[in-house]
Design a protein around this ligand. Structure first.
Ligand code: ADP
Length: 610
């Protein structure tokens, strides 16, 4: 239930809507009740059970008071007056007019109150979507492992939709129907205490059965959502890795894997839907069971002429009682529904409540430039159990190019990821200008650096916006300047709409070399003091490679660079080469120094025939 209020809190401020809603709902309920209470006089007229009062025998119109009695006596006052004046036919017309008028009014109020819930519902959804997206964007990088991606997407789309469908939909029922039920029962009690008590006996029984079903449903719903997350994950993986799937002839494998998961999902969905469908029939059966019991007892009362139970009054009672069933049924359905939605909300609040592990120190200081150096001091790091970096000590002086080389999986990328605090060392520190980077504002720290990764990360937007990514109010001329430095201007102006060309999802409309030059242009435009560069290993044609190389050299000019190097040219330009193997620095020096010493570097040189 806590989550239910938490969902509602997304529609804050609730006060004004709640007051308006309560008022409109009360009016709606009042007018709906009128419809059924006038049924008894109607039946009396039809069954010829009214005693036509003598003229002059009608009591004076009642004095105004806010009680049911006042409205009842006012109605009967006019009702009697009309019978005297126009006879039974006139009374029939009068009752019909009252019914039409009150149905009209009750439906107008019903619409108005429903609209308040509609705006509440869309507001919850909007605020929730924004909140979860903002939270996700603040989470530390380590959170976004590949396995989590599909699950995250499913939570942010399907689960939110589920909340929209169930919890917010049920609001209507939970806040309106109980008022209706109470109103109906008030009338039933005023008609016959004995019969009404009998009906009440049946309700807890049916409520108990329904809540057992709801509990089971909730459990299955969670399992079903989790399985859906795995399916989405598989979809994402397969769609982006289709080339490999085909190259390895693994279509059958992935289809088998997919079908297996879909089957699991089918089982859970079946179970959820089965319980969902069960709730309706069961409550209906219990309802009719109650009607039969009442028919028996009430019918006996009429036949034996017990109390003041007349046939038309008993029929009125029955009609009103059947009206109780509809909202009661709606309430029980919506309880099962809410459980489905609450299961989804648990998954959403899990994300919202995840604390980012990379946080800013309370009195974090600003940093605007790299003045002296970047220094790793005794840095150790592990992703979970696995030790990835051990005892790293390295100084990168301002203006230097430092190249990291070594076998893949050695820890080079991880080392680079520690500088912008994508991950935090398990022990040891990294300092910039002699100050632990944890002392700096995260935003400032990251503003110091430009990052060009192997895989150029582009967004489905125009070329211009991709280059100016993350920067605001950038002059077109600066974008063009950056593209020129990155050797990208030529190809850009040859695209259909130049800088305004949309590049397609993840830049798929561009070649590998072009994508890289765009990422380089992005880094040039940001003009950072520190450059973190993960050179592409993917094969580019030699023309493209030359352009990319030139662009990189332009980019590194007058900056401090940490390069994960795969190419000879970068390595020869480097002021220092650091050889990393199994998370340790095993050699460091210039190319000339290292290439003459026996060691891993010499071996690598030979192997790659640099
Ligand atoms: P390199 O850049 O030298 O190829 P990495 O820094 O990418 O090496 O990887 C070092 C080790 O850390 C590898 O064993 C790799 O499997 C592991 N690793 C890399 N990223 C992650 C991650 N996000 N979660 C867990 N382990 C990781």
């Amino acid at each position: 239930m806590k989550n239910f209020w938490r969902i509602l809190s997304y529609a804050r401020p609730l006060g004004p809507s709640a007051v308006k809603y309560a008022l409109l709902t009360l009016l709606y309920v009042a007018f709906s009740l009128v419809n059924f209470t006038v049924l008894i006089p109607l039946l009396e007229v039809l069954f010829d059970q009214v005693n036509v009062p003598q003229a002059g025998a009608i009591p004076a119109p009642p004095d105004f008071s806010l009680t049911i009695d006042y409205f009842k006596s006012t109605f009967y006052y006019h009702f009697n007056a009309i019978i005297i004046e126009k006879g039974r036919l006139g009374a029939l017309q009068f009752v019909c007019m009252v019914i039409v008028a009150s149905v009209l009014l009750s439906n107008v109020f019903r619409y108005l109150s429903a609209m308040i819930l509609v705006s509440l519902r869309v507001k919850v959804l909007r605020n929730m979507r924004n909140h979860i997206f903002q939270k996700v964007s603040e989470l530390h990088l380590g959170y976004f492992t590949e396995q989590k991606k599909g699950d995250l997407i499913s939570r942010m789309t399907v689960d939110i939709q589920e909340i929209q469908n169930s919890v917010t939909n049920s609001l209507k029922i939970l806040f309106k129907e109980p008022v209706l039920v109470i109103g109906y029962f008030a009338i039933l009690f005023s008609m016959s205490v004995k019969l009404t008590l009998l009906t009440i006996l049946v309700l807890p029984f049916s409520g108990g059965i329904i809540s057992i079903i709801a509990q089971r449903l909730k459990k299955r719903a969670v399992q079903s959502q989790e399985s859906l997350g795995r399916i989405l994950n598989m979809l994402d993986e397969t769609l982006s890795g289709m080339r490999i799937v085909k190259a390895f002839n693994s279509e059958r494998n992935i289809v088998d894997k997919f079908e297996k998961e879909v089957k699991v999902n089918e089982r859970y969905s079946y179970s959820v839907l089965q319980k969902f469908e069960m709730a309706g029939p069961i409550s209906e059966f219990l309802g009719v069971f109650a009607v039969a019991a009442i028919l028996l007892v009430g019918g006996t009362m009429v036949l034996n002429q017990q109390g003041d139970m007349s046939a038309s009054k008993f029929m009125g009672f029955l009609i009103i009682f059947t009206q109780v069933l509809t909202p009661a049924k709606a309430i029980s359905t919506s309880i099962t529904n809410i459980n489905k939605g609450l299961a989804a909300s648990v998954r959403i609040f899990e994300i919202i409540d995840t604390k980012p592990t990379i946080t800013e120190a309370p009195n974090a200081q600003s940093v605007e430039q790299l003045k002296t150096s970047i220094e790793y001091k005794n840095v150790n790091f592990s992703y979970g159990q696995e030790q990835v970096l051990t005892g790293i000590n390295l100084e990168i002086k301002k203006g230097e190019i430092v190249a990291l080389v070594g076998p893949s999986g050695g820890g080079k990328s991880t080392m680079a990821d520690l500088i912008p605090r994508f991950y935090e060392p398990t022990s040891g520190t990294i300092e910039i200008n002699g100050v632990d980077i944890r002392q700096y504002k995260v935003k400032d720290l990251r503003a110091l650096m430009g990052i060009v990764t192997q895989e150029s990360i582009l967004f489905n937007d125009t070329i211009k916006n991709n280059i100016a990514f993350g920067l605001v109010d950038i002059d077109d001329s600066r974008v063009i300047e950056a593209a020129k430095v990155a050797n990208a201007h030529e190809f850009i102006i040859n695209t259909p709409e130049g800088y305004e060309t949309m590049i397609g999802e993840r830049g798929t409309k561009l070649s590998g070399g072009q994508r890289q030059r765009l990422s380089i242009a992005r880094a040039v435009l940001k003009d950072p003091d520190i450059l973190i560069l993960d050179e592409a290993t993917s094969a580019l044609d030699s023309e493209s490679e030359k352009l990319v190389q030139e662009a990189l050299i332009n980019l590194m000019k007058d900056r401090t660079s940490l390069v994960i190097a795969h190419r000879l040219s970068t390595i020869q330009n480097a002021d220092k080469i650091v050889v990393i193997e199994k998370g340790k620095i095993i050699q460091a020096g210039t190319h000339d120094e290292l290439s003459t010493k026996t060691g891993l570097y010499k071996k690598l040189l030979k192997m790659q025939s640099f």
